[in-house]
Unconditional design. Structure first.
Length: 90
């Protein structure tokens, strides 16, 4: 399938095909407003990030040697993000 070309063609066209464009900008703004409304006024994204970091540290804490080796390989392959010195939390 060729990429969408917004420039109209000047040659003969297939009368069975009709151009159809939808601008979702207004819908996206409304969706974002609903998400922020659902989160509420007390939502603190910095605190949420700190909680996620703490959970990540806990998840990868206390790994044995084999688990640490697998973790290091996943980080090297780009599957997991590197953290600290590239080692899982102790």
């Amino acid at each position: 399938m060729p990429p969408h070309d917004p420039t109209p063609s000047t040659g003969p066209t297939d009368p069975a095909l009709v151009g159809f464009d939808v601008d979702l900008t207004a819908h996206e703004v409304l969706r974002r407003a609903h998400v922020l409304d659902a989160l509420g006024d007390d939502w603190d994204p910095v605190e949420v990030l700190r909680g996620e970091e703490a959970a990540y540290d806990l998840l990868y804490s206390g790994l044995d040697a084999e688990q640490q080796r697998v973790h290091d390989r996943l980080v090297a392959a780009g599957v997991l993000s590197p953290r600290g010195g590239g080692r899982a939390a102790a």
